[in-house]
Design a protein around this ligand. Structure first.
Ligand SMILES: NC(=O)c1ccc[n+]([C@@H]2O[C@H](COP(=O)([O-])OP(=O)(O)OC[C@H]3O[C@@H](n4cnc5c(N)ncnc54)[C@H](O)[C@@H]3O)[C@@H](O)[C@H]2O)c1
Ligand SMILES: [Zn+2]
Ligand SMILES: [Zn+2]
Length: 346
């Protein structure tokens, strides 16, 4: 089969690899679409240590079942499916509690690190355990279904805090995740959602997607926040950049007793304005991946309550993968989601 192989750091090649053999509890999927995730781009040069070559990356995928393992009962050949990027064990204390995103034996499809190696979906075929599969509604095209993982991340972040219809919320960062969180807040009934970014093109997109107003990130952000909240601050802030300045801005923007959800994680460490958090009694809530939000994500995408099409920059054949990775790695402006179509039957 054709696969996009990271044979060494910063070097992707279209290679001819053996079709994976599904284990008893696995299915073999003919991959129709697989999105390039920010974490793939970070792994590409070795900086994250999570894509040790040789590895086929790719975990935001959708396709059709081509074969099923002996023990798989609930799915059969021909089913249109997607899968959770997290392979959870289903039996550790966290899994039993329903926090499958926090599984003690968590593996991620298309990741290779010191502990494990899992071939991903930038290939004509990928094998994954049946327990992480979801059947796709007919109405969802594969290319959009490749966005389900990111939509689930946004829904999960919103699910972790109380959201009231009258709340004013701020999303810090109008990137892929921020723009999905904006829509997830709308879907949760919170309609006054503001969003900030440094990039005006991202803010234009946010405006199209229904932001109450867009705020320019920078030294002036807090005065803009205070202007639209009558000096009180936001009820809820969701941070989706993950650097020192934006975490601080998130904490500065929230009202006394409000919630700040931390989704962005570019920097491993940031400075915490401790006294502000303590004396204003602000709740800080981390959010990791998703835990069962796929079904809701499919519903919201099918009804177009969450729109992903405006976030897809390009849909390209697998052969164009190396070039798209370089462009994303170079942080070319105005690129958002790039979806590769490895096993597309034309
Ligand atoms: N917690 C999770 O489960 C999870 C899942 C996916 C991604 N993430 C993290 O979420 C973050 C966003 O991911 P993404 O895919 O949307 O990335 P992205 O690159 O698409 O978006 C980042 C956005 O931040 C903006 N930005 C940069 N500096 C800024 C500043 N000083 N103020 C305001 N905005 C600024 C950029 O212009 C861009 O629009 C990353 O840190 C990523 O690692 C977390
Ligand atoms: Zn991802
Ligand atoms: Zn587990």
């Amino acid at each position: 089969m054709k696969a996009l192989l990271l044979s060494q750091y910063r070097h992707l090649e279209v290679a001819d690899l053996a079709v994976p053999e599904p284990a008893r509890d696995e299915v073999l999927i003919r991959v129709a679409a697989c999105g390039i995730c920010g974490s793939d781009v970070h792994g590409y040069d070795g900086s994250s240590g999570r894509r040790i070559p040789p590895i086929v990356m790719g975990h935001e995928a959708a396709g059709t079942i081509a074969a099923v393992g002996k023990d798989v009962k609930k799915f059969s050949e021909g089913d249109r499916v997607t899968f959770d990027s997290t392979i959870y064990c289903g039996s550790c204390a966290n899994c039993l509690r329903g926090d499958v995103n926090l599984c003690d034996h968590r593996q991620v499809v298309g990741v290779s690190c010191a502990d494990y190696r899992r071939a991903g979906a930038f290939a004509e075929f990928v094998a994954v355990p049946a327990r992480i599969l979801y059947r796709l509604p007919e109405i969802l095209p594969f290319e959009e279904a490749a966005m389900l993982e990111a939509v689930s991340v946004a829904l999960h972040a919103v699910s972790l805090v109380p959201v009231h219809p009258k709340d004013k919320a701020l999303v810090v960062g109008a990137g892929m995740i921020g723009l999905l969180i904006l829509q997830a807040l709308h879907a949760a009934g919170c309609l006054q959602v503001y969003i900030s970014d440094v990039d005006p093109t991202r803010l234009n997109l946010a405006q199209e997607l229904g932001a109450a107003a867009t705020l320019t990130a920078g030294p002036d952000l807090i005065s803009q926040v205070m202007a639209v909240t009558g000096g009180a601050g936001m009820d809820l802030v969701i941070e989706a950049v993950g650097i020192d300045a934006t975490v601080k801005a998130a904490i500065d923007s929230v009202r006394k007793g409000g919630d700040v959800v931390l989704v962005g994680n570019v920097s491993p460490e940031v400075t915490l304005p401790l006294q502000k958090v303590v004396t204003r009694q602000i709740r800080l809530q981390g959010s990791c991946a998703s835990a069962g939000e796929y079904l809701r994500a499919m519903e919201l995408m099918s009804s177009e309550s969450i729109r992903v099409k405006p976030l897809i920059t390009a849909i390209a054949p697998l052969e164009e993968g190396p070039r798209w990775f370089e462009r994303l790695y170079a942080r070319e402006p105005n690129l958002m989601k790039v979806v590769l179509t490895p096993g597309k039957i034309s």
